[in-house]
Design a protein around this ligand. Structure first.
Ligand code: BGC
Length: 384
């Protein structure tokens, strides 16, 4: 009797569904959408998931909750053909063993802190020396090699993923427990927007950034030297041989750092210039014009071969332009490709490198209890 009524219920329910809803055709699946999949397992058994955000025009970004890394980004070329424009790894192992920071959120302090040391409110803090005698990108693990909590946010036009990481007091040598949330939104305008909010329970420093390597050709066997670049900056913060800022500004006029108009990256990269020698190419913080804490366009990249354009918007005072100089053919990336010298470029929005040791530089990177750190940076794709 019981079985019979369950059966009747199932038949009625099935009939109801058929009557109320048309058969779902995969090709007409409603967009935008978020698809979640198992990406891999960490050695301690914790699972890592990937989240693919797809907007109404089919542009899609896949993000994993390990390192909050963007692992692929499919955007159209001038013929509407979608292809992946970021470097990355095929599997979780690549991200676990990575020394390249492909696609991740770096922090607590993106970029370098001289000698891994800074003072805050009368205390001296010592961070790991993971870049010669300096600290780079938050330390040994930083934010790029930890598991974040992930919360997909379905939105009728703009699918999003909110990732949250709680960094304990003393982690990597930094004071205070910091809670950082990063929300990636893929907008209907083909923009990958990254919004950060951070709080702390003790005074600390916070300067996270995003570390995707872009190659707009979508062919990572090609270099980025033919990409044209514009950065709206009248100055850079010049560095010493260990890439620590000297504390001064250098006017870009009549130097290979003048990108105020779209200019091929390869045009001057091998010029006889001390700063380029120190960076082995471009690896410098640009002092962005028009800084007033609101979001404005600060950079543009154009690849004539595909027609792809990348515009960068941020509310930050600086941007690190890194031309992939440390890629040397030893890193095996997606589809088994060994990434050669300068096959990807990073544009990392940030406060200036080593700011904790440069009190003359504003804004302060200190975050105190009761305050909220905020950053908005967008990478917007189009064609011409
Ligand atoms: C830095 C480079 C560093 C690279 C690591 C960039 O943000 O500026 O100097 O080698 O990250 O992938």
């Amino acid at each position: 009797m019981k079985t019979f009524s369950i059966l009747c219920f199932m038949i009625i329910a099935a009939a109801g569904i058929t009557a109320a809803q048309p058969v779902t055709d995969k090709r007409t699946m409603p967009h935008p959408a978020i698809e979640e999949k198992l990406f891999g397992k960490l050695r301690d058994g914790r699972e890592v998931f990937s989240f693919t955000l797809t907007n109404a025009s089919g542009t899609r970004a896949t993000i994993i909750n390990f390192g909050a890394a963007v692992v692929s980004l499919y955007v159209p070329d001038r013929n509407g053909k979608l292809a992946d424009v970021v470097l990355g790894y095929d599997s979780l192992d690549g991200y676990v063993n990575s020394t390249t920071y492909f696609g991740v959120i770096v922090g607590r302090y993106g970029n370098r802190i001289a000698k891994g040391t800074f003072e805050l409110e009368g205390n001296t803090y010592h961070l790991a020396h993971n870049d010669g005698e300096n600290s780079l990108h938050g330390g040994v693990k930083g934010f790029g090699k930890v598991l974040w909590d992930a919360q997909p946010i379905e939105d009728s036009n703009n699918p999003a993923l909110k990732l949250t990481y709680v960094s304990k007091d003393g982690e990597e040598g930094y004071p205070g427990t910091v809670t950082l949330s990063v929300t990636y939104t893929l907008t209907a305008q083909n923009e990958l927007r990254i919004e950060y909010t951070g709080t702390t329970d003790e005074p600390t420093i916070l300067n996270p950034t995003h570390h995707s390597y872009f190659n707009l050709t979508s062919d990572p066997t090609k270099t980025i030297l033919d990409h044209e670049l514009m950065i709206d900056a009248d100055a850079i913060t010049p560095v010493d041989a260990a890439l620590i800022p000297t504390g001064k500004f250098l006017d870009v006029t009549n130097t290979p750092f003048d990108f105020r108009k779209l200019t091929k990256i390869g045009l001057r990269i091998n010029a006889n210039n001390e700063q380029l020698k120190f960076g082995r190419g471009y690896d410098h913080n640009f002092v962005l014009n028009h800084y007033n804490k609101s979001v404005r366009k600060v950079a543009e990249v154009y690849d004539a071969s595909s027609g792809r354009v990348l515009e960068v918007f941020t509310d930050q005072p600086g941007i690190q332009f890194y031309s992939g100089n440390f890629l040397n053919g030893t890193v095996k990336g997606k589809n088994g490709v060994f990434y050669q010298h300068r096959t990807g470029l990073c544009l990392e929005a940030q406060c200036f490198p080593d700011s904790p040791n440069k009190p003359q530089w504003l804004p302060s990177v200190t975050l105190r209890p009761g305050e909220t750190y905020r950053q908005t940076t967008s990478y917007k794709f189009s064609t011409k």
